[in-house]
Design a protein around this ligand. Structure first.
Ligand SMILES: Cc1cc2nc3c(=O)[nH]c(=O)nc-3n(C[C@H](O)[C@H](O)[C@H](O)COP(=O)(O)O)c2cc1C
Length: 371
C-alpha cells in the first residue's frame, strides 16, 4: 500500500508542469517554455557583424534552457544603429555570422528570434562604456532621422525630419532585413516599436509633430508601424511568429498612453501580429518612472484583454514571480533581461525551484541536482 502511495506521488510529481514551463505554440513554432531572453544590446560588433561574443552570449542562454532567445536590437540600416558598435542586418554579408548563432540555438532546443530596429533620433550614440553621448560625424557618427526635428535631450543635435522618400526607405529596410532574418534561420521576428526609437517616435505625440498623413491622429501616428508590419509580412514566413515590442506608456498624459496601447493591440491583432511585448518609457528624458518588481506587468495584462498574446518584462527576477504572472493570466510569456545576464542557467534552476522536470544539455546532465 505504502509503495503504491509513494509510486502515485512520484507519478504526480513527475507529471507536474508549471505554467512557466509549459510549451507555447505560436503558428508553426513551439517554445518549450515561456522564458524569453529579452533583446539586449551588446555594443560588440564591427560594421554590424555578429562575432564570437554574440555566439557565446546567446548560445550560453540556449544551454541555460530559455524557450526563446532574442538578439539585441539589430539595425535594419547603418543609420538605424543606436551606436557604431550595434549588431546589424542591412547587408547579405551579415547573414552567415547570424546563421551560425541560430544553428547553435536550435541544436540546443531553444528558438532563435531577432529584434529588428531603427533607433531614429536616439541613433549615433556612443556605447555605454564609451560615454553614451551623441557621436558627431567627425568621430564616426552620422545625422539622425526622426518624424520631427526634435532632439531627445535639449542639447542633442536635432534629427533631420524624414520626408516621404525617407519613410519609404525605412519600410523597405525592414522588409529586406526580414528577408535576411529568414535566410539566417531566425524563427521569430520582433519589430522594435518601443524605448523612444524610430517607430515609437512616430507613435508618440511627444516626438511626432508632423502635419502630413504620418502625424496628428492615432491612425496617422500608427501608420509607419502598420506599414512596417505589412512589409515584413510580405517576406516573412506565414509559419513563423511576428512580435512587436511597444512602450505601453510614455508615463505622461501628453504622450502615448496605455489606452493608446490597448487600441493599438486590436489593430495589431487584426493585422496578424502574434504577440505584443509590453515594455514602457524611453521617449522622454524627463519623466520619472515608478520602478518596482514587475512594474510593467499591468500593461501586459491590460493589452492581453484585447485578445492578443502578451509578453511581460521589467524587474522580473524569480521563477515564482514569473509563474504567477503566467498562471494568473497576465501574460503568455515572460521576458528576462538583467536576471538572465546575471545567470544564464536561470531557466534550469527555475525549473528545479518550481518542481518541473526539464531536459538539460547532455554534456551538463551530471550536474543536475538529484531529487
Ligand atoms: C544590457 C541591456 C541592453 C538592452 N538592450 C535592449 C535592446 O536591444 N532592445 C530592447 O528592446 N530592450 C533592450 N533592453 C531592455 C531589456 O530588454 C528589458 O526590457 C529591460 O532591461 C527590463 O527587463 P529586466 O528588468 O529583466 O532587465 C536592454 C537592457 C539591458 C540591461
Amino acid at each position: 500500500m505504502l509503495t503504491f502511495v509513494s509510486m502515485t506521488i512520484k507519478t504526480i510529481e513527475h507529471n507536474f508542469m508549471s505554467k512557466l514551463f509549459s510549451p507555447l505554440t505560436i503558428k508553426n513554432v513551439t517554445l518549450k517554455n515561456r522564458i524569453v531572453v529579452s533583446p539586449m544590446c551588446q555594443y560588440s560588433s564591427v560594421d554590424g557583424f555578429a562575432n564570437d561574443w554574440h555566439l557565446v552570449h546567446l548560445g550560453s542562454r540556449a544551454v541555460g534552457g530559455a524557450g526563446l532567445i532574442f538578439t539585441e536590437a539589430t539595425a535594419v540600416s547603418p543609420e538605424g544603429r543606436i551606436s557604431p558598435d550595434d549588431l546589424g542586418i542591412w547587408k547579405d554579408e551579415h547573414i552567415p555570422g547570424l546563421k551560425r548563432i541560430t544553428g547553435f540555438i536550435h541544436q540546443n532546443g531553444s528558438i532563435a528570434g531577432i529584434q529588428l530596429a531603427h533607433a531614429g533620433r536616439k541613433a549615433s550614440t556612443a556605447s555605454p562604456w564609451k560615454g553614451a553621448k551623441q557621436v558627431d560625424s567627425v568621430n564616426g557618427g552620422w545625422k539622425t532621422v526622426a518624424p520631427s526635428p526634435i532632439g531627445f535631450k535639449p542639447d542633442d543635435t536635432p534629427p533631420v525630419e524624414l520626408d516621404n522618400a525617407g519613410i519609404q526607405k525605412v519600410i523597405v529596410d525592414f522588409k529586406s532585413a526580414a528577408q535576411r532574418a529568414l535566410s539566417a534561420g531566425f524563427k521569430v521576428i520582433e519589430v522594435h516599436a518601443a524605448h523612444g526609437y524610430l517607430i515609437h517616435e512616430f507613435l508618440s505625440p511627444l516626438s511626432n509633430h508632423r502635419a502630413d498623413n504620418y502625424g496628428g491622429s492615432f491612425a496617422n501616428r500608427t501608420r509607419l508601424l502598420r506599414e512596417v508590419i505589412a512589409s515584413v509580412q510580405s517576406v516573412w514566413s506565414k509559419e513563423n511568429p511576428l512580435f512587436v515590442r511597444i512602450s505601453a506608456s510614455d508615463w505622461t498624459d501628453e504622450g502615448w498612453t496605455l489606452n493608446d496601447s490597448v487600441a493599438l493591440a486590436t489593430v495589431l491583432k487584426s493585422l496578424g501580429v502574434d504577440l505584443i511585448d509590453c515594455s514602457s518609457g524611453g521617449n522622454s528624458a524627463t519623466v520619472r518612472i515608478p520602478l518596482g518588481p514587475g512594474y510593467q506587468v499591468p500593461f501586459a495584462e491590460a493589452v492581453r484583454k484585447s485578445g492578443i498574446l502578451t509578453g511581460a518584462v521589467g524587474l522580473i527576477t524569480s521563477a515564482e514571480q514569473a509563474e504567477a504572472i503566467v498562471a494568473e493570466g497576465k501574460a503568455d510569456a515572460v521576458f528576462f533581461a538583467r536576471e538572465i545576464l546575471r545567470n544564464p542557467y536561470f531557466p534550469l534552476q527555475g525549473a528545479q525551484q518550481l518542481g518541473d522536470e526539464i531536459e538539460w544539455a547532455v554534456q551538463y546532465v551530471r550536474a543536475k541536482p538529484v531529487k
